[in-house]
Design a protein around this ligand. Structure first.
Ligand SMILES: [Zn+2]
Length: 80
């Protein structure tokens, strides 16, 4: 089974709503760079009730520097 990628999650979704196996991946719409975000760090910085769409607005690409094209994808690992 492959992991499932969600890129059209609910706008009301919060960090605390995600299951432990879900990876938060930031993807740049301009240069297509993607990287997994450090979830404990996000919780520490923005709080467990921070909404994902707010975090998306804070993203900045580390390769091309774009701030407008950042998207968050959720990668759900398959359960074994
Ligand atoms: Zn980029």
């Amino acid at each position: 089974m492959r992991e499932q990628i969600r890129n059209n999650w609910d706008i009301a979704l919060r960090l605390s709503d995600l299951s432990a196996g879900t990876a938060i991946v930031a993807k740049c719409g301009r240069c297509a760079r993607s990287r997994a975000l450090n979830r404990p760090l996000l919780v520490k910085r923005y709080g467990p009730d921070a909404r994902l769409f707010r975090l998306e607005q804070t993203l900045r690409c580390t390769r091309c520097g774009s701030k407008a094209a950042g998207r968050i994808e959720l990668h759900d690992a398959p359960r074994n």
